[in-house]
Design a protein around this ligand. Structure first.
Ligand SMILES: Cc1ncc(COP(=O)(O)O)c(C=O)c1O
Length: 386
């Protein structure tokens, strides 16, 4: 299929592809269930990605594979073009996925019992990774203002640093609250962490979904020694099933510790198709990405308008970034489980706020077809009209 303006409207069923979003959801919730949960888009990947995969698959050898210099250069060029970030190829380590990078960083940079700072509400595996490794969660909750916009609690972060925190995990841009952290915020955070020698691990998997006039500010631009960025083409180009991510760690000492922990745990990458697809995406996906961002922005504004008109009690958090709407449902006085179950009864499957450490909220994935977007808004109206 050529890349034209109907590209994102193609009706291609994802059922029968072992899709977590579609097959698992229908198996668990019934054949009419509409998956509006996991961060996986119902839009086909760029044509250049499919072409590269087909070409590579045609060669019948799939043996051990290196992460080539060309792959890392494609990643560096993409980040330079899109985010004005200078990545050095030597600073890049390869991983099967971003969450494995969070886990490795925790193990490499802290000891059991150490405090790790994070900011709830945040992507569930942040908490899970701290808990499963026997480290201590230090939650500097984000602050929500009257308009529903979230900011960092830098005072709390400084208190945790003073109390001996050993690592900070940042979600940048932030899932689920949709903030694109400004340069002032990033710099303010770096100044505190640097003063106490606390390393920063920044999960930047949503970097390419920041909407004008907001600007993505990578932690790689910070003047700070102990920093590492986790990134991937997987979220941007819808390639999560191909299991490929990168850890960019400019400081040699920190990088050596991360590499050693990867070796100890047998965390290796070199998935032929993950590498082929990600490289093709970095090299040929710009036009597709620009069209995708327009579609996502339209979906976000459309969904926001529908909710404001039909169920104004549901407050949608202003979205500067990501395609994941964070909805404040507290006006209904229900538990998160009651809200999610009621929606499930109406065949709409969403992510509960509790997955991100917050009661009374749900997260809705807006990278979907027009019909699923409208059906979800109408169901919210039907089920939550006061
Ligand atoms: C902030 C964040 N980090 C990591 C991931 C998962 O990345 P991976 O599949 O590469 O582990 C997600 C997926 O939604 C995410 O939102």
């Amino acid at each position: 299929m050529r890349l034209d303006k109907t590209y994102f409207d193609q009706k291609i069923s994802r059922l029968g592809t072992d899709s977590f979003k579609w097959d698992v959801c229908r198996r668990e919730n019934g054949r009419d269930a509409i998956p509006m949960f996991v961060a996986d888009m119902d839009f086909p990947s760029p044509p250049g990605v499919q072409e590269a995969l087909l070409m590579r698959a045609a060669h019948p050898f799939y043996g051990y594979t290196e992460v080539s210099e060309a792959f890392n250069l494609a990643l560096c060029d993409f980040w330079k073009r899109h985010h004005q970030v200078d990545m050095i190829p030597e600073s890049i380590l390869s991983l099967p996925c971003v969450v494995s990078g969070l886990k490795i960083a925790i193990q490499a940079l802290t000891e059991p019992g150490d405090g790790v700072i994070l900011q709830k509400p945040v992507y569930g595996p942040f908490m899970e990774s701290v808990r499963l490794s026997g480290r201590r969660e230090m939650n500097a909750s984000l602050i929500r203002d009257a308009q529903g916009r979230y900011t960092m609690d830098l005072e709390k972060i400084e208190t945790f640093c003073r109390e001996g925190a050993r690592l900070m995990l940042l979600c940048n841009p932030h899932n689920p609250v949709g903030r694109a952290w400004t340069w002032e915020e990033m710099n303010g955070l770096a100044r505190i962490l640097d003063r106490y020698g606390v390393p920063l691990v920044s999960d930047e998997i949503h970097a390419d979904f920041v909407f004008h006039p907001h600007v993505f500010q990578s932690a790689l631009k910070l003047d700070m020694e102990k920093k590492m960025v986790l990134c991937a083409a997987s979220k941007t180009f819808n390639l999560a099933g191909l299991q490929m991510a990168s850890a960019v760690c400019p400081g040699e000492d920190m990088r050596t510790r991360i590499r050693k922990k990867m070796e100890e745990n047998g965390v290796v990458s070199g998935n032929i198709f993950g590498l082929t697809a990600s490289r093709a995406a970095y090299e040929t996906g710009d036009e597709w990405l620009s069209m995708l961002k327009k579609r996502l922005k339209r979906n976000i504004e459309w969904f926001d308008d529908l909710l404001s008109e039909k169920v104004p009690c549901i407050r949608m958090t202003p979205m500067e970034a990501t395609y994941l709407a964070w909805l404040d449902m507290r006006a209904f006085g229900l538990s998160t489980k009651e809200i999610v179950d009621r929606l499930k009864g109406g065949n709409i499957i969403v992510s509960p706020g509790t997955f991100f450490g917050e009661e009374g909220f749900i997260r809705v994935n807006l990278a979907c077809s027009d019909s699923n977007l409208v059906v979800t808004a109408l169901k919210l109206e039907e089920l939550f009209r006061s």
